[in-house]
Design a protein around this ligand. Structure first.
Ligand SMILES: Nc1ncnc2c1ncn2[C@@H]1O[C@H](COP(=O)(O)OP(=O)(O)O)[C@@H](O)[C@H]1O
Ligand SMILES: O=C(O)[C@@H](O)C(=O)COP(=O)(O)O
Length: 427
């Protein structure tokens, strides 16, 4: 194993797997922390997907350390802690506490924190994270249901989450090339800094940073950083060349879309699906809470739709409506109710022959995939930047597209299916 990664949510893990496999690494995604004795499939990169982004920091630390131990135990040459390209976290964590704990556990003096993902519009300038042309704190992430982002200055954000001194390597230094970045690492370390935010405006910057981090045992960042990290191993001749896939064989069976993300991108995708005539059903959180709407009824509705169409079930709503729900029911309580309901709907649909699932939302995907009993994923073709089709390893085989809430073009729910080649049904 060349790269072993610990991802703090499941869509983030899939995004990272896509990046690694596009760079030529045979990559497998594993759900949850496997036992130390588990034999993982032979792969250049293994990404362990946790659901640790929005849980108490102590739990996230414990899980992440266990995951890293498994990866190191299986020979991983470099550990990557993957979090969101929009630095999703709160002042309590979990990026700072997990990074700090991994550094201590691995005896690492200096690491980087580089969330940038220019292909998805996430760039960093003077330590400030941008989403497209907006500062993070002006972007739709300010209204995230679990971790609203109100500060774009990542040095400040991370410094509130860790006692370790945080420094900045600015774009002028990054543009000096890998040697210049390595020299900046040495200067910042000598000045007492332990975690460095890196300015990044383009993929070329990520490749420079990756080259500068070739000897770092622990790197932290978004999926973008994998561009350069993977390239180090490819250039060193440690990876057998492979061709990227453009289509994926998919098990025969019905398809469904489950959306639990309230992001603007997902709400636009729902609107496009509705405009195209897909049957859609909104979840009613108050009705779910008092039993007027149940997962069984929702699943029944999907089963009743014509087999030639793809039903879409969603809880996604506007920031204003979400505020009302969260005020009445609590932020985590309402989130858990929605996640649990979508997860239950998914398992009921699987039991009646649904085999292709498109899930929108990271936390949502974590809950759904757990309820489907999926433990490992192979990575298929890219649908849009950061989102591949995947196929579960095990029975029943399922085709899964796990979409970060914020990712994908407006027609994502319509075009994704075109990349699947349905296998003949088993008799
Ligand atoms: N209508 C709703 N009311 C309350 N919480 C909701 C509602 N819709 C979604 N949520 C919760 O919001 C969170 C969205 O997070 P996630 O699935 O990670 O999406 P994203 O990828 O956009 O971050 C989940 O916990 C989900 O259950
Ligand atoms: O880095 C990213 O933006 C994604 O890989 C990611 O982590 C997505 O998280 P969600 O938006 O919660 O799906």
């Amino acid at each position: 194993m060349l790269i072993g990664a610990v991802a703090d949510d499941i869509t983030g893990a899939t995004d990272l797997c896509l990046m690694l496999s596009r760079e030529g690494l045979r990559t497998i995604q594993v759900m949850g922390v496997p036992s130390l004795a588990a034999s993982l499939p032979d792969a250049d990169a293994v990404v362990i997907a946790l659901k640790s982004r929005s849980i108490p920091a102590d739990d996230a630390v414990a899980m992440s350390i266990s995951a890293a131990h498994v990866l190191v135990g299986q020979g991983a040459q470099q550990i990557l802690f993957k979090y969101c390209s929009t630095f999703d976290s709160t002042d309590d964590g979990n990026i700072g506490p997990v990074a700090e704990a991994l550094m201590e556990d691995m005896g690492v003096e200096l690491t980087i924190a580089c969330p940038s993902f220019p292909a998805a519009g996430r760039t960093t300038y003077q330590g400030h994270l941008f989403v497209g042309s907006q500062l993070l704190s002006d972007s739709p992430l300010k209204d995230h249901p679990l971790n609203p982002m109100h500060d774009s200055n990542l040095v400040r954000v991370l410094s509130r989450q860790t006692a370790l001194p945080v420094g900045l390597v600015d774009i002028n230094t990054v543009r000096q090339g890998a040697d210049g970045v390595r020299a900046a690492f040495a200067r910042q370390h000598a000045a007492g800094k332990r975690i460095l935010i890196l300015d990044t405006l383009a993929d070329a910057d990520l490749r420079t940073i990756g080259a500068a981090c070739a000897d770092m045992k622990l790197v932290t960042g978004g999926s973008g950083i994998a561009l350069g990290l993977a390239a180090n191993f490819v250039q060193a001749g440690k990876v057998a060349p492979r061709r990227a896939t453009t289509r994926m064989p998919a098990p025969a069976g019905r398809a469904v879309i489950l959306a639990g993300s309230c992001s603007v991108a997902t709400r636009d995708q729902i609107a496009a699906a509705q405009a195209a005539g897909l049957p859609t059903l909104p979840l009613d959180v108050a009705a779910l809470a008092d039993g007027r709407q149940t997962a069984a009824q929702v699943a029944e509705w999907a089963i009743r739709q014509p087999e030639t169409t793809t039903p879409l079930i969603y809880s996604s709503t506007t920031p204003e409506a979400l505020q009302v729900i969260q005020r009445c029911m609590g932020q985590h309580e309402s989130g858990a109710l929605v996640e649990g309901s979508l997860a239950r709907v998914a398992s009921l649909l699987r039991d009646t022959g649904f085999r292709q699932f498109l899930i929108a939302g990271g936390e949502t995907s974590g809950a759904v995939v757990a309820s489907l009993g999926v433990t490992m994923l192979e990575i298929g073709p890219e649908i849009d930047p950061g989102v591949p089709w995947t196929r579960s390893i095990g029975t029943p085989s399922l085709a899964l597209a796990l979409k970060s809430g914020n990712f994908g073009a407006p027609d994502f729910f319509l075009k994704a299916w075109g990349l699947l080649e349905l296998e003949p049904a088993h008799v």
